[in-house]
Design a protein around this ligand. Sequence first.
Ligand code: S3P
Length: 425
Amino acid sequence: MIKTKVPSLVGTLHIPGDKSISHRAVMFGAIANGKTTINNFLAGDDCLSTIDCFRKMGVTIEQNDDHVEIEGQGIEKLNEPSDILNVGNSGTTTRLILGLLAGCDFHACLIGDDSIAKRPMGRVTIPLKDMGIQIDGRSNGTLTPLSIRGGNVKPTQYISKVASAQVKSAILLAGLHADGVTSVTEPHKSRDHSERMLRAFGADVKEDGLTVSIEGKQPLMGTNIQVPGDISSAAFFLVAGAIVPNSNITLKNVGVNPTRTGILDVLHMMGANINITNERLENFEPVADINITTSELKGIEIGGDLIPRLIDEIPIIALMATQAKGVTVIKDAAELKVKETNRIDTVVSQLIKLGADITATDDGMIINGTTKLTGDHVDSFHDHRIGMMLSIAGCICEGELTLQNDEAISVSYPNFFHHLNSLIN
Ligand code: S3P
């Protein structure tokens, strides 16, 4: 991909479906009783990996672009897969499916790509083993390839050291098949899509501060899911609208679940001209339209409780900070090191190539703005969000930016370049 400076970005986009919600809709639909219909499903590589895994366990799933129909017959009707389940690049598929397989009295094997092979799975496999599940794999069952034999789940009261929706969801899904109550307590609140969607499927999920609990053996009933636009995908165009001159972008039907809207808080704090309208509850998730225009930005400090609410947006926030006056400090974000790439390393190394004044720290980065960026040869390192961040950087670079491994973007936003090009005047 080659990108050069653009004069403005103007127009309206319908952001594709939320990745976290799309995964969960397929998984819960596959273990529910009765039909589940999903609209605005994200047909990106990660969610297609989830569909593929459930087809290998005998679930009938019809997928036509962003419309999906699942014939759920209850978890007990899932078949022992005769083939390895390939999770591709998807951490959410890996961790949530492990929790769900805990409830299945059969053997399954999970494998993914080179990035998945580096990601820590012990955060899920260790508590699942404590719940009585047999799991083995590389590095004492903490790295893929992993094998699991579920059945006979014991409930747990788990206190997690990380604020991770994947950990929380995996344990709750395992607990759904235990006798008694399972709870997870987190250090900060992580995204709550599982809790909301389990309720939409008829389950009773309780929340008390940072603790979420579920009573086991509750049946799920198939339902209709309308997936909101992914705020993590919208974030690239929100930042683009703020930093590209003469821009005015409207994004329709964006999910604004408060556990995900850290990016909107940051845009407000940095002084962006952002307008949120038409806020409504669709299904069980809040949705809104968002408009942004070119803005004068200032540096801020980002840390603490805010981090889980914007963890996936930090690459694009870092780019925005290069165009903000003063210093931006991002801290308490060591989780960036265990994403699709080590995002402290990949963000800092690639933005330095473009001329940014950015320094890596142990748990984040420090950015001095404003700096003029200049095109260079950069790499996504097969990380979709690094690829999209660098493509937006290309829109403000003097000279040509060439991006290697841009195909990774299809993990979460297959029509990203089509959307970007449609805004260029
Ligand atoms: C996700 C949770 C987050 C997020 C990931 C999707 C989910 O990961 O970074 O992109 O769908 O539950 P962690 O749970 O590891 O924080």
